[in-house]
Design a protein around this ligand. Structure first.
Ligand SMILES: Nc1ncnc2c1ncn2[C@@H]1O[C@H](COP(=O)(O)OP(=O)(O)OP(=O)(O)O)[C@@H](O)[C@H]1O
Length: 362
């Protein structure tokens, strides 16, 4: 029988380290099982502790290797002690609440957010395929249909929701702990971009990112929501891993353009969600067709139908095509998503929202 991630964690939970076990001290990250190969990371709080943990790394490798079905074990030790100069820049502290801190240890399985019924992550393998555009428009379309909707911009390196939703106020935090979200176009929203100075680059390493994400999920006063849409960064990195492993997600939607290169990357994102046991609710083809606003001629600039074909191949729902249109970009740049108004683009998002509501996932 194939070994599972839980089997690996159960074994690692028995490996003793000073102050507990590898699991009780929350030192294990990114457990991946790929056939008979198991990979995981042991993340020590400091380089000195990493040296002390070397025997535990050997013990962990031996214990996992002893599991039936395991042929290869790759354990990597990392330490997030003193950071290089760029990374030591103090986390932004523009008010009473400080965003960007080390994550607190996490026990148990994926957690729910109080008051939030469903959480949908919007992901993509490749950047620039329209994931943030889809997130904001879908959030607005769901709100227009009477759902109580939240939008969390978890694209920590390139937050674009403040611009797309037309919000630039810094969120308040009267007690320095709870962060008050903002509201735009009927959607409750929060973005790391709202906590940073404009044009400020985020130069944090893994643990700081995890801490920031944990704060955005746990410290924001989301209130009662039917659904929280999370706009992920592109790719398959730390943020996606942490979110899928620690938060009880209803599922993920993967956005791709019909282009082969974007599809190849989308397959990696789908593979990641499968490995992390996050249900994939469906695929969306963005920038599907281009209709010339002058003559009405239809062009398929990035190809057409590739995402639907991929969905069929993988037996996943195909949620729809969204056309490439200058109006969509202009609306996003102006801070009023196209779904706020009427017209064919807003209708396309309304259909997508209806479909998710009818399916019970939004
Ligand atoms: N259907 C569309 N028609 C026209 N422009 C679009 C469409 N979808 C997205 N865009 C534009 O393409 C650009 C990239 O879109 P967006 O930021 O939503 O992509 P992303 O996948 O979230 O990118 P990132 O990887 O930077 O997070 C934006 O300027 C956006 O306005």
């Amino acid at each position: 029988m194939a070994v599972s991630r839980d089997d690996v964690l159960a074994v690692l939970a028995r490996v003793q380290v000073p102050g507990g076990t590898l699991v009780s001290r929350d030192l294990v990250r990114a457990v991946m099982v790929d056939g008979g190969t198991v990979r995981f990371v042991i993340e020590a709080p400091t380089p000195a502790e990493a040296r002390d943990l070397a025997p535990a790394q050997v013990a962990a490798e031996m214990a996992v290797k002893a599991l039936p079905g395991v042929t290869d074990v790759q354990a990597v030790m990392t330490a997030h002690g003193p950071a290089p100069k760029a990374a030591t820049a103090a986390p932004p502290n523009l008010g009473p609440v400080k965003i960007g801190q080390h994550p607190t240890p996490h026990q148990g399985g994926p957690a729910r957010i109080a008051g939030v019924d469903r959480i949908i992550a919007i992901g993509s393998g490749k950047g620039g395929v329209g994931k943030s555009t889809v997130s904001s428009n879908l959030a607005v379309a769901l709100a227009k249909q009477g759902r109580r909707v939240g939008l969390l911009d978890a694209d920590i390196y390139g937050p674009s929701q403040p611009r797309m939703m037309g919000v630039n106020k810094r969120p308040a935090s009267p007690d320095g702990k709870i962060i008050e979200p903002l509201h735009a176009h009927g959607v409750t929203m929060m973005s790391i971009g709202l906590m940073l100075k404009e044009d400020e680059a985020v130069i944090w390493r893994g643990p700081m990112l995890m801490g920031a994400l944990q704060q955005l999920l746990g410290q924001v006063a989301w209130g009662e929501l039917d659904v929280l849409i999370i706009d992920l960064p592109p790719g398959t990195g730390d943020i996606q891993l942490t979110l899928c492993q620690r938060t009880h997600l209803t599922g993920a939607i993967v956005v791709s353009t019909p282009q082969d290169v974007a599809l190849l990357d989308a397959r990696k994102a789908l593979d990641m969600f499968a490995k992390l046991k996050t249900p994939v609710l469906g695929l969306i083809e963005n920038m599907s067709t281009y209709i010339c606003p002058n003559c009405g001629h239809e062009e398929h600039l990035f190809g057409h139908g590739g995402v639907a074909a991929e969905a069929r191949r993988l037996d996943l729902p195909f949620l729809g095509e969204l056309p490439l249109s200058i109006d969509v970009r202009l609306a996003g740049d102006a801070g009023t998503p196209i779904a706020v108004g009427d017209g064919p683009h807003a209708e396309a998002y309304a259909r997508l929202a209806q479909r998710l509501i009818a399916g019970g996932v939004a």
